[in-house]
Ligand binder design. Structure first.
Ligand SMILES: [Fe+2]
Length: 446
C-alpha cells in the first residue's frame, strides 16, 4: 500500500522541505531521525483523563486504606488536588504519580454549583467537559508535554496548521513566585496536546494544592513510554503532526505486518527529536472477514481518540507481580496470556537475550517478548479500563542493551533512556490482536 502525501515547510525558516508519507511496512521502513522539530520538546509531562466522577475513577473501585485512589490498581500516589476543598467549584481533579508518570483525573461539578468567587481554571470549559463525557465516556483529554516555551510552541504550531484549542495562559504561584505557562492544540478528535513550560516548583500546576499526607505507593512504574491514537485515516493525521510539530516517523506497521487475517490496521509511530515522546497512530483497514478492531474503537469511542498508553517500568516482573495480585480486588484485568506454544517457540526467536530465569518469569506472568536491533521489549496489555471497550494500558520494559555497531566491550553501555529501543512488538502484534478479537467476540460487539 502506498499513499503519497503533501509537501510541508520545515518550520525553522530554513526554506521549504518536502516530506512524503508512504506506508511501506515494517521491513521496508528505514529509520531516520531528521531532527526536524519546529520548537524544543523534551518529554511527556502528564496525561489527563476526563471522567464523570474523579474520586471514584481515581479510586478504581477498591480503596483499601493502605493504598488509596488509582494507586491500588497501578501503584500511584495521590500528590495534588484541585476541588471544592481548595476553592475550585468548577471541577474536581486528582493527580496521581509514580516516578515521572503523572496522571490527572478530572470531573466537572454540577452545572448548578455556585461558582461565584471561583475563577475558572485555565482552559477549562464545563460545557465542553460534559459534551466530551457524553460522547466518549471516561477517556484521555490531554497529553501534556514539556517544552521550552508554551506560548511560542502554540504560536508556531498554529502557524503551521495546528488547530488551536487553548491559547497560552501563564499562572504564577504566590508562595514560590514561580510560574507555569500552558497552551493546547488539537491532537486527534477531542484529545489535545498540551504544551507546558516554566519554572513552576509547586504541585502539578498553579492552583492545585499538594497532598502531603497520602501514603506513598509505587509498583515501579517510571514514565509514559508511548501513547497510541486511533483515527479513521492515518496519512492526514501523521501529516498534521509532521506539519504542525515537525515530528518524524519512527516506525510503521501495515496489516500484513500485524498478521491477523480476520481484521486489520495500519500504524505509524511519530516521534519528536529526542524520540522520548512517541505517539503511534492507527487506522482501520477494510474488506477483511471481520470489522477492524480500530473501527470498533472508533464506534465505541464515538470518534478518534487515545487507544492505549504504555507505562514503562524498569522491572516488569516485580511490577506485574504487584498488578496481577490486585486484579481480582479492584485492580486491572489483563488480556488472556499467550498459548504454551508461544513460550515454547520463544527461545528460537529471542535466543540468549533473556536468561533462563527471565524465560520462566515471562511465562509465569503471561508477558509478550519481542526484539529489534537495539534491544528487547517485554510487554503486557490490560483489558479496557472502564465501561466502554476503548482505552487500555500496556505495561512495558525496554532492555536497551543492544547496539550491533558498537564494539562488544561497549554493549550494555547504551543508556536505558533510549526512546523506543526494542521496538513496538511487531512480533507480538498477532498475539495481541487475536486476543482483542476474541475479547470483542465475547462482548458481542464485533
Ligand atoms: Fe503500545
Amino acid at each position: 500500500m502506498v499513499v503519497e502525501a503533501a509537501a510541508a515547510s520545515n518550520g525553522n525558516g530554513a526554506g521549504e522541505e518536502v516530506f512524503s508519507k508512504k506506508l511501506v511496512g515494517y521491513d521496508g521502513f528505514q529509520r531516520h531521525n531528521p531532527r526536524s522539530d519546529r520548537f524544543p520538546m523534551h518529554k511527556f509531562h502528564h496525561v489527563e483523563f476526563w471522567c464523570g466522577d474523579a474520586t471514584t475513577t481515581s479510586c478504581r473501585q477498591a480503596r483499601p486504606p493502605e493504598a488509596p485512589m488509582f494507586g491500588y490498581g497501578l501503584g500511584l500516589t495521590l500528590v495534588a488536588k484541585s476541588d471544592q476543598s481548595t476553592g475550585n467549584h468548577h471541577y474536581a481533579s486528582y493527580v496521581m504519580q509514580s516516578g515521572d508518570l503523572v496522571m490527572a483525573f478530572t470531573a466537572p461539578y454540577s452545572t448548578q454549583t455556585d461558582k461565584s468567587g471561583s475563577s475558572p481554571p485555565a482552559a477549562y470549559d464545563q460545557d465542553a467537559a460534559y459534551a466530551f463525557l457524553k460522547k466518549h465516556g471516561m477517556a484521555v483529554r490531554a497529553f501534556g508535554i514539556l517544552v521550552d516555551d508554551a506560548a511560542e510552541a502554540y504560536r508556531i504550531a498554529t502557524a503551521h496548521g495546528g488547530v488551536g484549542v487553548a491559547p497560552p495562559t501563564t499562572r504564577t504561584d504566590a508562595a514560590s513566585g514561580t510560574s507555569l505557562t500552558w497552551s493546547e492544540v488539537q491532537l486527534y478528535g477531542d484529545c489535545v496536546l498540551r504544551f507546558v513550560s516554566g519554572d513552576y516548583e509547586g504541585a502539578f500546576i498553579p492552583g492545585y494544592q499538594p497532598v502531603e499526607d497520602a501514603p506513598q505507593v509505587s509498583y515501579g512504574l517510571q514514565r509514559l513510554d508511548h501513547a497510541v491514537g486511533n483515527v479513521p485515516e492515518l496519512i492526514p493525521q501523521v501529516e498534521y503532526m509532521a506539519r504542525s510539530l515537525g515530528w518524524h516517523e519512527f516506525a510503521e506497521f501495515t496489516a500484513e505486518d500485524v498478521g491477523t487475517v480476520d481484521s486489520g490496521l495500519n500504524s505509524m509511530v511519530m516521534a519528536n527529536n529526542n524520540e522520548m515522546i512517541l505517539l503511534p497512530v492507527n487506522e482501520p483497514t477494510h474488506g477483511t472477514k471481520r470489522k477492524s478492531q480500530i473501527q470498533t474503537f472508533l464506534e465505541q469511542n464515538e470518534g478518534p481518540g487515545l487507544q492505549h498508553m504504555a507505562l514503562k517500568t524498569d522491572d516488569i516482573v516485580a511490577t506485574m507481580r504487584q498488578l496481577r495480585a490486585r486484579s481480582a480486588f479492584g485492580g486491572f484485568d489483563f488480556m488472556p496470556r499467550p498459548s504454551p506454544d508461544y513460550y515454547r517457540k520463544l527461545p528460537a526467536r529471542i535466543g540468549s537475550l533473556l536468561t533462563a530465569q527471565q524465560y520462566k518469569d515471562v511465562e509465569e506472568l503471561g508477558l509478550l517478548v519481542d526484539k529489534d536491533d537495539q534491544g528487547v521489549l517485554l510487554q503486557i496489555f490490560t483489558k479496557p479500563l472502564g465501561d466502554r471497550p476503548t482505552v487500555f494500558f500496556e505495561i512495558i520494559q525496554r532492555l536497551c542493551a543492544l547496539e550491533p555497531q558498537a564494539p562488544k566491550s561497549q554493549r550494555g553501555a547504551v543508556p536505558s533512556e533510549v526512546g523506543g529501543c526494542g521496538g513496538f512488538g511487531k512480533g507480538n502484534f498477532s498475539e495481541l490482536f487475536k486476543s482483542i478479537e476474541v475479547y470483542e467476540t465475547d462482548l458481542g460487539i464485533n
